[in-house]
Design a protein around this ligand. Structure first.
Ligand code: Z5A
Length: 234
């Protein structure tokens, strides 16, 4: 930060399995910060409004039985969808706005690395290892905190049956949850991006209060320490 320029905003990421309440909490948090007159922007990935996002949307909404898209190709599209937003993310933060983001690179890695059992229509061979899946996202702006909304599969299912999208299946979601845990351990070993695991089975208001406290502390830390924006897995 040069003298006179605003302190950068904090980049807060919400991750979790399907139905854990990310969308609900992102909008509550965004409203909370805006009510405090703190400039805040909500992001979500995939961003289905771009051309790349349109391809992802078509893929997610088509039946898994309809083959033809290689697992690696779709993985790279999800990553491209983040890279096309990366300059805007970095700019927004540099201008002093906070970002509350619904899914990001951790979802990218967790879902692709968990899907092989599901997507037998895939034409690609070999393993989709965590390492392989992480590579395309190396260097993206890194969040200052990951908030993982943790929800048992049985609880998630009580929130309504899964819809028709390709990844909304019980076995896949269970594997995704354990991939997230592996990514959390990697970040904890690395010691740069802190994770906060929150019990998402509590009421919307209880979860919100817990997130407000994490977000407030993260903003304080980022702005007090003037910490520079980090890069994902670099
Ligand atoms: N994906 C990928 O493969 N690779 C990538 O790189 C990325 C994503 C970024 C679409 O994502 C798919 O893309 C997703 C991962 C994959 N596949 N799956 N599964 P998406 O973001 O578009 O969709 P989603 O994340 O699955 O969103 P969602 O279903 O809307 O879930 P949510 O945002 O976590 O939950 P919600 O909409 O806030 O709440 C769900 C319901 O529960 C709703 O009725 C709420 O009122 C209710 N709710 C929320 N909180 C509570 C509490 N605390 N108690 C009770 N009920 C609650």
């Amino acid at each position: 930060t040069t003298p006179g320029s605003p302190k950068r905003g904090a980049f807060i990421l919400l991750e979790g399995v399907d139905r854990c309440g990310k969308t609900t909490q992102v909008s509550l948090l965004t409203r909370h910060l805006l009510n405090l007159s703190l400039a805040t922007v909500a992001y979500r990935f995939p961003d289905r409004t771009t051309q790349v996002g349109g391809l992802i949307n078509g893929y997610l909404q088509s039946s898994a039985e309809v083959g033809g898209v290689d697992d690696r190709a779709i993985h790279l599209l999800f990553s491209a969808n983040r890279w096309e937003a990366a300059p805007k993310l970095a700019d927004t933060l540099a201008q002093g706005s906070h970002i509350i983001c619904d899914r990001y690179a951790y979802s990218g890695v967790a879902f692709t690395s968990a899907k092989r059992e599901e997507d037998r229509s895939s034409m690609s061979g070999g393993e989709l290892t965590l390492d392989w899946c992480m590579c395309p996202d190396i260097g993206l702006p890194a969040p200052d905190a990951v908030i993982f909304l943790d929800l048992e599969q049985e609880e998630a299912e009580k929130r309504g049956g899964y819809g028709g999208e390709r990844y909304e299946k019980k076995e896949l979601q269970t594997r995704v949850r354990s991939r997230f845990a592996e990514l959390q351990s990697l970040d904890e070993k690395d010691g740069r991006v802190p994770w906060h695991v929150v019990d998402a089975s509590k009421s919307i208001e209880e979860v919100h209060q817990e997130l407000v406290s994490i977000v407030t502390n993260t903003i304080d830390r980022v702005q007090t320490e003037s910490s520079p924006l980090q890069r994902m897995w670099a």
